[in-house]
Write a protein that binds this ligand. Structure first.
Ligand SMILES: Nc1ncnc2c1ncn2[C@@H]1O[C@H](COP(=O)(O)OP(=O)(O)OP(=O)(O)O)[C@@H](O)[C@H]1O
Ligand SMILES: [Mg+2]
Length: 259
């Protein structure tokens, strides 16, 4: 397992004592299409600590989304181990796994994956509906709706809560997807290119929103990005190269970065 607390040359040897929330070792994943094998993950080791913002960089097609889906228990690795806050994924059955994932992990997908027939508000409510199930839903509906409305306000979309995804711009859809990912107050947030489809100003709004969550409530997150400005402000950056985490370096937290 790689020790991500090891500082790079020239950096201070301060030990990070925050607890490890996500611990992945030896992850491999191979796709098989039309008789061909495509080895995407070849032995990924990584740890994420509570309160950390970790950015994953890598060229298009190198396997970043695949890795994020595996880390977030949306897909399974062929080999390797993932432990979330002491719970080994492999010890859970599929429904236990889905339940835990829905409760503790939020996921912002690269292409939003909003349900087209639901309004923005209903999309944000979906993780609560899944968590409580149809029988208990009536009891929780009011509080869940208040939270969903507050999240839509947080992402600046109160006026759009009754719009369906096709009636929203790309940036608005992305913000609905972020609100949905936050609905169950996840301990861990996965974001796949959260600014990938946004213009500069909207990307900056999304960055401020995510970083604000980290500053105010210590939100832990892993962000896959091509956005150099976003990565430069992460607490730590790793690169996915040829199916492995090639490098990691500690970045100082900076308020403003000139790139
Ligand atoms: N379900 C699948 N079946 C077969 N091959 C797949 C599947 N999903 C992804 N791939 C292939 O695996 C590789 C990694 O895909 P992935 O989506 O993880 O890349 P990525 O790094 O997220 O790329 P991008 O930056 O363009 O989003 C790509 O070459 C892709 O074509
Ligand atoms: Mg991707």
């Amino acid at each position: 397992m790689s020790d991500l607390t090891t500082p790079a040359a020239g950096e201070s040897a301060e030990v990070d004592t925050r607890r490890v929330l996500l611990d992945a070792t030896g992850l491999t994943k191979t796709y098989r299409v039309g008789g061909h094998k495509l080895e995407v993950l070849k032995g990924v080791d990584m740890q994420v600590r509570e309160g950390e913002i970790l950015a994953i960089l890598g060229t298009s097609g190198c396997g970043k989304s695949t890795l994020l889906h595996v880390l977030g228990w949306l897909d399974s690795a062929d080999e390797g181990r993932i432990v979330f806050d002491g719970t080994d994924r492999s010890t859970l059955g599929s429904s236990e796994r889905a339940h835990l994932r829905n409760r503790v992990m939020g996921f912002v997908f690269q292409f939003y994956h909003l349900l087209p027939e639901l309004t923005a508000l209903e999309n944000v409510l979906m993780p609560s509906m899944i968590q409580h199930g149809p029988l208990a839903w009536r009891k929780h509906k009011k509080a869940a709706t208040q939270r969903a409305q507050a999240l839509l306000a947080l992402v600046g979309l109160t006026e759009r809560s009754m719009h369906r995804p096709r009636e929203l711009s790309g940036g608005e859809r992305q913000r609905v997807a972020i609100a949905r990912a936050l609905q169950n107050q996840p301990r861990f947030l996965f974001c796949d290119e959260p600014t990938g489809n946004l213009d500069g100003a909207t990307a900056e709004d999304v960055r401020k929103l995510l970083w604000g969550l980290n500053e105010k409530q210590g939100q832990t997150m892993v962000i896959v990005t091509h956005d150099a400005k976003l990565a430069a402000q992460a607490h730590r950056v790793v690169h996915l190269v040829d199916g492995r985490i090639e490098s990691n370096r500690q970045l100082d937290l900076v308020e403003e970065v000139d790139l």
